[in-house]
Ligand binder design. Structure first.
Ligand code: ADP
Ligand code: MG
Length: 609
């Protein structure tokens, strides 16, 4: 039976450090917060190897009294709180006095500081929790801190660090949050001796947004400003057309601190209801100012989550602010206009001997619940400012039936019946309707084509016959640094899918090769979708999962859309592979691909039986 023993301080420190310091980005977060709390107006950050070798932050803030230097590395030592009551009126970013102690416990740290009113400053080092002698330091007023060899004394945790580019991505995200949270700050970031970002104090919030997310995001923002009780909410919400595959570009700052909050995120999403597809997320940059006694910031180790005194009121404030602002833009009309079905002729016209195509559409007819029960949401691309070119007819003609492709490892299924001459008609540039032995089949043209392309890509990847086209001029795609890092990390999988990517510096990635199957769809556009997907993944997907996900993503993106007119050959080609539409195996959006109206059902509806 093991006996109970008090853990040595060094172990306690390492355990505590695990809560706060997960990776280089967490170190940077704590150091930047300290510099901001010290009233700095300029912060220079330099890192090597994604921060795992070196992180150096130099600020021009108030500095630390030489006598206090060793205390800075002591656990629960802070200049920001005096009593427990102060916990409920926190105005600084830090207050727990554990960051430097944690960092000092798992790295080799040198802290140099000089308050502006002193002739000389002092320095002290802390290596793996062991404090050195305080020495004189003759530097400029402010604080300079160097953190080397993070986790050098906890090899298991060091092994958990990802590639430098990935760590750098996380670090850039921390940098971005601070740059957005404090528009007056002058910030610079260098990596391995190279300039990454310089944000001057005069760079406005809008220009900071453009710097990190591109001018196309900045140019599609709507300003909001609202107050409720003591709460003040302001900032920007994005046009629904700059939606994303995840909620990461929804920035929320509470009293200058980046936070995430599920409930408020939900309120924002609700504000876009009807304007954005399920599974897509708007971008937003919102600032909430609250009296400090209205919020408890001491509920999360890295203070990324907080507890509000009146979260219901805030939910309404967010929802109403977003909803009302978007309503002013008349977005509903713009988004739905292209998707609206042609107007149904007035009832009188139905009675007159009108030409056949004038009859009301099948699925707008009342009394046939099964025709209307699955209204499709607007197609994904509606409302975006740059529609893609129409698909090449060749795309579809290349869509050979899957049974012609080389056999794969699946068990031989009964060979699906392929009627090359199946007669189909296209309705509303969206549906194919055809007669089958069982009755009448209505197919969603996008869903079916997506399914066909998916099978083709899969076959060709499996057999190594996916054609990839070298781009004469590589296409640069601007991403956030984190996105770029994730993309490059999956370079090999992407190459297997015929998508060649290369680093170009900063957040820019070059697309060098491109799957021929995807026709004339913009490579950049596809890459952005792929990236959204990669970044949305919390855990690293297995290679198989990733390939599978990316294949369906590419298929979805390259397929003809609802609203695309098709040539008779294209309709025939699609209809010939309709068996794929009935295979419920692959249904990425959870929507049906085809609806079958049986002969019996039709007879019953027309009261023939
Ligand atoms: P906290 O920020 O929660 O107080 P830290 O461990 O991060 O705890 O820092 C301990 C103390 O060291 C701070 O309270 C502050 O007084 C001092 N300090 C740390 N970094 C700086 C800095 N860049 N400038 C001035 N003082 C600093
Ligand atoms: Mg701190």
């Amino acid at each position: 039976m093991p006996r109970i023993q008090q853990l040595p301080t060094t172990v306690v420190t390492k355990i505590a450090a695990g809560e706060v310091i997960e990776r280089p980005a967490s170190v940077v977060k704590e150091l930047l917060e300290n510099s901001v709390d010290a009233g700095s107006t300029r912060l220079d950050i330099e890192v090597e190897q994604g921060g795992s070798e070196l992180i150096r932050v130099v600020d021009n803030g108030g500095g630390i009294h030489p006598d206090d230097l060793p205390l800075a590395f002591t656990n629960h030592a802070t200049s920001k709180l005096a009593s427990a009551d102060d916990l409920f009126c926190v105005r600084t970013l830090g207050f727990r006095g554990e960051a430097l102690a944690s960092i000092g416990g798992v790295a080799q740290v040198t802290l140099q500081s000089r308050p502006a009113d002193r002739q000389v400053g002092a320095e002290v080092s802390c290596n793996g929790g062991v404090l050195g002698q305080v020495k004189v330091w003759n530097g400029a007023p402010g604080t300079r801190i160097e953190v080397r060899h993070l986790f050098y004394n906890t090899p298991v945790r060091r092994k958990f660090l990802r590639a430098p580019a990935t760590e750098m991505g996380h670090l850039c995200e921390i940098f971005t949050r601070l740059a957005l949270a404090r528009p007056g700050l002058h910030l610079t970031l260098r990596h391995n001796g190279k300039h990454v970002y310089e944000v001057t104090s005069t760079t406005t919030l809008e220009d900071r947004i453009a710097l990190f997310f591109g001018a196309d995001v900045r140019d599609r923002l709507y300003a909001v400003d609202a107050a409720l009780g003591g709460a003040h909410l302001y900032g920007y919400v994005g046009d629904p057309s700059c939606d994303r595959g995840n909620a990461k570009t929804q920035y929320l700052f509470l009293n200058g601190r980046w936070i995430r909050d599920r409930s408020l995120g939900h309120a924002i999403q609700e504000g876009y209801r009807g304007l954005i597809m399920t599974g897509r997320y708007p971008v937003s940059f919102l600032f909430l100012e609250l009296p400090p006694d209205q919020v408890d910031v001491n509920v999360h180790p890295t203070k990324a989550e907080v507890r509000f005194r009146d979260s219901h009121a805030l939910y309404s404030l967010f929802l109403n602010t977003v909803r009302q602002r978007l309503a002013q833009e008349n977005l509903v009309a713009r988004l739905q206009a292209p998707a609206a079905p042609p107007p149904v002729p007035p009832p009188a016209a139905w009675l007159s001997p009108a030409p056949i195509q004038e009859t009301p559409s099948l699925y707008s007819q009342p009394g046939l619940p099964s025709f209307t029960k699955n209204p499709l949401p607007p197609p994904p691309r509606n409302g975006t400012s740059a529609p893609l070119p129409p698909p090449e007819p060749a795309d579809l003609r290349r869509a050979a039936p899957v049974s012609e492709a080389p056999a794969d490892s699946r068990p031989a299924a009964p060979v699906p019946e392929i009627e090359a001459d199946a007669k189909a008609i296209q309705l509303h540039n969206a549906y194919l309707v055809l007669e089958t032995p069982e009755g009448m089949l209505v197919i969603d043209q996008h869903a079916l084509h997506e399914r066909i392309l998916f099978e083709q890509i899969k076959q060709r990847v499996r057999t190594g016959t996916l054609e990839s086209q070298q781009l004469l001029i590589p296409e640069p795609v601007d991403l956030t640094a984190e996105q770029a890092a994730r993309t490059l990390e999956h370079k090999d999988e992407l190459a297997e899918l015929g998508l060649g990517v290369e680093a170009f510096g900063g957040g820019t990635v070059l697309v060098t090769r491109y799957p021929a199957l995807l026709g004339r769809r913009s490579p950049g556009e596809i890459l952005k979708r792929v990236v959204d997907h990669l970044v949305a993944k919390e855990r690293v997907p297995t290679r198989e999962q990733l390939l599978n996900d990316l294949m369906s993503l590419m298929a979805c993106h390259a397929a003809v859309r609802s609203g695309d007119p098709l040539t008779p050959e294209e309709i025939t080609s699609l209809a010939a592979q309709r068996h794929l539409a009935q295979d419920a195996h692959h249904c990425p959006h959870g929507r049906p691909t085809a609806l079958l109206f049986t002969r019996q059902e039709l007879d019953r509806q027309f009261r023939r039986t």
